[in-house]
Design a binder for this molecule. Structure first.
Ligand SMILES: [Zn+2]
Ligand SMILES: [Zn+2]
Length: 183
């Protein structure tokens, strides 16, 4: 089915309610069917023993080879800490204009104050929409409340919304129509 597939690949058990919130929001924002998926397979060879973190780029590589049949986009959600070589950590990574993305919950509890489960859920939803936005060809946006704003810390994530600004929405619609015309 040409849907957005959300795939929990974490070490601990999946939080179905949390994934359901992500599913609903990405379905609304990207105007596409969104489903939860898990065929039991998990990425291997992504752990860097020196850094004690998982390579988000390797996860994307694995995901590209294990996408559900006919998936429009596949977003992996994990609880392990992710990195790319030039950064200490990343909240997620996506293929710009591609089909796969990954987001991590490992850092979503960070912040000065005690963080509630509701805050963690809101942050995960935003990061999921953000990374999927990249797969739809959206780049970083300067509109403060736009979900495509680049966030360097949790305060930044908390400041932005979970939806696309009007400009990003226009770009998204163009890209989506382009994709459909080529199918
Ligand atoms: Zn980004
Ligand atoms: Zn925007």
């Amino acid at each position: 089915m040409a849907a957005i597939y959300l795939w929990w690949i974490g070490a601990d058990a999946a939080d179905r309610d949390l994934l359901e919130r992500v599913r609903q929001q990405v379905g609304v924002v990207f105007e596409s069917p969104a489903v939860l998926w898990d065929d039991g397979a998990r990425p291997t060879g992504t752990y860097d023993t020196r850094r004690g973190q998982h390579s988000s780029t390797q996860i994307l590589r694995w995901l590209n080879e294990h996408q559900p049949p006919g998936a429009l986009k596949t977003l992996a959600v994990t609880d392990v800490d992710l990195f790319i070589p030039v950064l200490t950590f990343v909240y997620g990574e996506a293929q710009l204009g591609g089909r796969t993305a990954v987001v991590s919950m490992a850092r979503l509890g960070d912040g000065l104050a005690r963080v509630t489960p509701a805050t963690v859920a809101a942050r995960l939803v935003k990061e999921a929409v953000h990374e999927l936005g990249h797969t739809f060809g959206l780049t970083h946006c300067s509109a403060e409340r736009c979900v495509m704003t680049r966030s360097v810390n949790m305060a930044g994530v908390d400041r932005k919304g979970a939806t696309l600004c009007a400009d990003c929405q226009t770009v998204f619609k163009d890209r989506l129509l382009e994709g459909r015309n080529h199918e």
